[in-house]
Write a protein that binds this ligand. Structure first.
Ligand SMILES: [Zn+2]
Length: 277
């Protein structure tokens, strides 16, 4: 599952490759990819539009068009964009095709069928159900320790679950949430609302540290221009994880064995000594 840094990489790559292109035609091969419109409407809303910018909000990729519309795309588990020349055979699991000018083509492939797309008027973007309740971006001015404190105070769930809740903190998935809690020396299973105020700045700083670390290791990756799926990204950061996927290995700080507990349907990795409280 791509996390914020991977989605950022995909958005940046798309920005580099497709901005300025006009969408000559669009085709939805799996109607369920854009369940709120018919394939005909989807095609009509995109046809002839020039791509002005590609960005990201949370884990949603936003393709801004010159026809006052925005294409929202969510990669979910296995969604990938591929950019290349027209006329080459379509790979398996191709769910959408965007034929661009200059004999180029952008396709969306999705082995597990969880991806999502939607075309909305630009003016309504912030009101869509996908974006409306998203927490502030972790690097934005609104994401302050005070904001984080309020968000945690309202949660009766564990810290780990709360960090994964995109309505409270955007962009952290299972891997980075584990890393953040380790760096902040906080127990993943404590109830979020019980975290004392003096520990909030530590958690806030850890969120930004972990995300910027992974962003910078991604930017040094050699991403193949045709394949925009962020997979080389995780590759850059892998092996540098402090606790994630390190069950039984020694903690980098105290040498205690890293533990893994299955929690809310996912594995949580932590150091039982450094993250006691
Ligand atoms: Zn430790």
């Amino acid at each position: 599952m791509p996390e914020l840094p991977e989605v950022e990489l995909v958005a940046c790559s798309l920005q580099r490759l497709v901005v300025g292109h006009r969408i000559v035609s669009a085709r939805l091969l799996r109607p369920g990819l854009a369940p709120e419109t018919s394939p005909a409407t989807f095609a009509r809303r995109l046809r002839g539009a020039r791509i002005e910018a590609v960005g990201r909000r949370g884990k949603h990729i936003l393709v801004r068009l010159d026809n006052e519309r925005v294409l929202i795309a969510h990669l979910r588990m296995t969604g990938k964009f591929l950019y290349g020349p027209t006329g080459t055979p379509l790979p398996k699991h191709t769910h959408a095709i965007f034929n661009l000018d200059e004999e180029r083509r952008l396709i969306f492939i999705d082995q597990r069928h969880f991806g999502m797309m939607k075309v909305v008027p630009s003016a309504q973007l912030d009101d869509t159900k996908e974006l409306r309740f998203l927490a502030p971006e972790p690097f934005s001015d609104e994401f302050t320790p005070a904001y984080l404190h309020t968000a945690l105070l309202r949660s009766r769930r564990t810290l780990k679950e709360t960090l994964l809740d995109q309505k409270r903190v955007t962009g952290l998935g299972n891997i980075y949430a584990a890393e953040v809690l380790f760096v902040a020396r906080l127990n993943p299973f404590r109830i979020a609302a019980t975290l004392s105020k003096r520990r909030i700045p530590r958690l806030h700083a850890a969120i930004r540290t972990i995300l910027s670390e992974s962003l910078s290791s991604g930017s040094t990756m050699n991403v193949e221009p045709g394949i925009i799926d962020g997979r080389y990204y995780g590759g850059g950061y892998e092996g540098r994880w402090r606790v994630y996927d390190r069950e039984g290995e020694p903690c980098l700080v105290c040498h205690a064995r890293i533990r893994r507990i299955s929690h809310a349907g996912r594995s949580t990795f932590f150091c039982p000594r450094c993250q006691r409280r």
